[in-house]
Design a protein around this ligand. Sequence first.
Ligand SMILES: [Fe+2]
Length: 218
Amino acid sequence: MAWDDIPDWSLEVAEQLLAEVKEKDPFTFFHCCRVGRRSRKLAKALGLNEFEQSVIEYAGLFHDIGKAKIPTEILTKPGRLDSNEIEIIKTHPELSADMIKHLAHVPFFRFMLPGVRYHHEKIEGTGYPNALSGDSIPLFARVIAVVDSFDAMTHARPYRNPLPEEKAIKELKDFSGRQFDAKLVNYFLELIPHLKKEDEKDQHQEEVVVSHLIKKAA
Ligand SMILES: [Fe+2]
């Protein structure tokens, strides 16, 4: 097997891991699917090759699967979390990485780990789990961070309404270079109008979302 082979059982692994999340918290499941798909598009816009795009797509799909291991009453709490609950939520990137670590002997899965583990790091060094800063945050994680935050802001949660797209765009710009990689924000802002069109095309397909999304982008 070449180092850049994508095992034909990868999709099966994704479906199994995401099924667990879907049962526990459907919002997180659909969020993971969108982040996977859109991270691939951002990777493509950056000029990354097909294999790298697939690694990023899967890392996006898996970035929050560790939330399946967080107690439901915390994960779906319809109000503000207390500081202890926030600390528990903050363990999810490492929990997500732990859920795919046993596959790390396969390069395709090994390359996903940094994207999954470090998707909540911030450029200025105030993120978690390791408070990495700048370019010491792996590129794949910086890609997922932008796509993840935009998706989270533009979708409703039990405790808040979604932000209008213009406001979410303003947040990305305001935190560009502080929370987010400025270059990636610029690429993503250019992508946003296209993402919307594709979402309209995809909107009736959420139930078959995993196989649909993982299919290589045309
Ligand atoms: Fe996350």
